[in-house]
Structures are given as structure tokens and as C-alpha cells.
Design a protein around this ligand. Structure first.
Ligand SMILES: [Zn+2]
Length: 248
């Protein structure tokens, strides 16, 4: 048996023996659903600059810039389907083994796969709300308005600004989600990290918190991370392939 096969076998045993699993996911889990990591080359994010929350609030011109980028982004999000890595996590939750998913993603694919206990650190792009009265719409409804020529959509009720329910640059992290995530990471016996390079604060703290709480770490990411040395197993591989093998 080669090392890789041995490691897979041992990781399966580790997962089998764990009862309080928490998954931590980043953009890498969704690339196989056709959603590119926003840091990747040639993507949408190279053609648009990031409009911060403060800039969004500040002017109509900035909001037009923000929404024209979203208008291109949203159809891909609406068409994206969960891949085998998402489905494997749904299966683990159904079996009662997976307590929570902590995700940096805003694509809603964990929920589409059937997971219910999802902690979204950066909010979601699948809905949008009025910043004044909190009235909420599906992102599909907002996309219809954008396509009909409404370049800076406002609330039908109070005329407040509408913004996707994501945490934008310049917006503070959601306090409740952060607390839930810390609690989940601190109390798990295995943290499965999937598709994050663990380079961004504060998200990269969760594997450390889990490790300090005595949990084992299994990492699955296309590239190495700064915390690989703490992981019992670190697979630089396709998330779908490894997750399918670990859970079948
Ligand atoms: Zn409103």
C-alpha cells in the first residue's frame, strides 16, 4: 500500500471514530461547482474593483459600479449546483456526525446540498435586504430588476438602499456567527478543513481553536496552508475526490 492510500484509510478511520465533527469551508470547495475563487486569475474580480461598504453608502455612482459587477456574478451563483464534496457533508450531518459547517462562502451551496447547521461568516449572496427597514428579497428578484435597467435598486417600501446580505469589505463580521463558530471549533473532536488557504484573518483562527481544544485536524486544499504541520492529514487534492472517498 502506498502512502496516499494508507493516509486515506487512516483518515477514514479517524472520521469514523469521531462523533463531533465540524467542517470549515472556503472558496475551494465551490470551484468544482463552477464558481471561481475571487482571487483567481482571469475572473470577474479582475475586471471590477472592490467597492467597500463605505463607498457603497456614499454615492449612487459607486452603487451602480457595485451592482454592475453583481449583475454579471449572480447568474453563475443561481445556476451553481452542489458538488460531491457538499453532498458528502450533507450525508455527515444526516448521520448526526457533523455538528456544524463554518463557511467563508456566500454561495448557499451547503444549504442546497441539504445542510442545515451552516454558520455563514461572510453572510450570503442568495438574498438581499433593505439597509433601512430590513425587508428581504431573493437575489433572483433583484437580478430581474437589474436586468430591467434598475441600476441602483431601492426598497419598494421605504426607498432605502438594497444590498446583498453579504459581509462587504469595510463591514464588521457578524458577531453572532463569529461566536457560534468559535464555540463549534472549540468543542469539536475533528475539524475538517476544505478549500481554504487559511491566509485570511479571522477565519484562519478556527483550525487553531479546534487544535487547542484537542481536536484532530484533516485538511483538504489544492495548495499548502500555513497550518499544515498541525493537521493529522493534509491532502493537496480535489475536495470532491477526497470527501467522496472519506465518506462512501
Ligand atoms: Zn426598506
Amino acid at each position: 500500500m502506498n502512502t496516499y492510500t494508507q493516509q486515506i484509510k487512516q483518515a477514514r478511520t479517524l472520521l469514523g471514530n469521531s462523533s463531533r465533527v465540524v467542517a470549515f469551508s472556503g472558496a475551494g470547495i465551490s470551484t468544482e461547482s463552477g464558481l471561481s475563487d475571487f482571487r483567481s486569475k482571469g475572473g470577474l474580480w479582475e475586471r471590477y474593483r472592490i467597492v467597500t461598504f463605505q463607498e457603497f453608502l456614499a454615492s449612487h455612482k459607486n452603487r451602480i459600479e457595485y451592482w454592475s459587477m453583481r449583475r454579471e456574478l449572480i447568474p453563475g451563483l443561481l445556476n451553481a449546483q452542489p458538488n460531491p464534496a457538499h453532498h458528502a457533508l450533507a450525508k455527515l450531518e444526516e448521520e448526526g456526525k457533523l455538528l456544524n459547517i463554518i463557511t467563508q462562502n456566500i454561495d448557499g451551496l451547503h444549504q442546497s446540498a441539504g445542510n442545515k447547521k451552516v454558520i455563514e461568516l461572510h453572510g450570503t449572496n442568495m438574498t438581499a435586504s433593505c439597509l433601512t427597514c430590513n425587508l428581504q428579497w431573493s437575489i433572483a428578484e433583484i437580478q430581474k430588476r437589474l436586468e430591467a435597467g434598475d441600476l441602483d435598486p431601492h426598497c419598494n417600501d421605504c426607498n432605502g438602499l438594497i444590498k446583498p446580505d453579504t459581509v462587504s469589505f469595510g463591514q464588521s463580521m457578524p458577531v453572532e456567527a463569529m461566536e457560534q463558530a468559535y464555540q463549534a471549533a472549540a468543542s469539536c473532536d475533528l475539524l475538517l478543513m476544505i478549500g481554504s488557504s487559511l491566509e485570511v484573518q479571522p477565519a484562519n483562527q478556527f483550525p487553531l481553536v479546534a487544535h487547542q481544544g484537542g481536536a484532530s485536524l484533516v485538511f483538504i486544499n489544492r495548495t499548502a496552508t500555513p497550518y499544515d504541520h498541525l493537521a493529522t492529514f493534509s491532502f493537496t487534492e480535489s475536495a470532491s475526490k477526497i470527501m467522496r472517498t472519506l465518506t462512501e
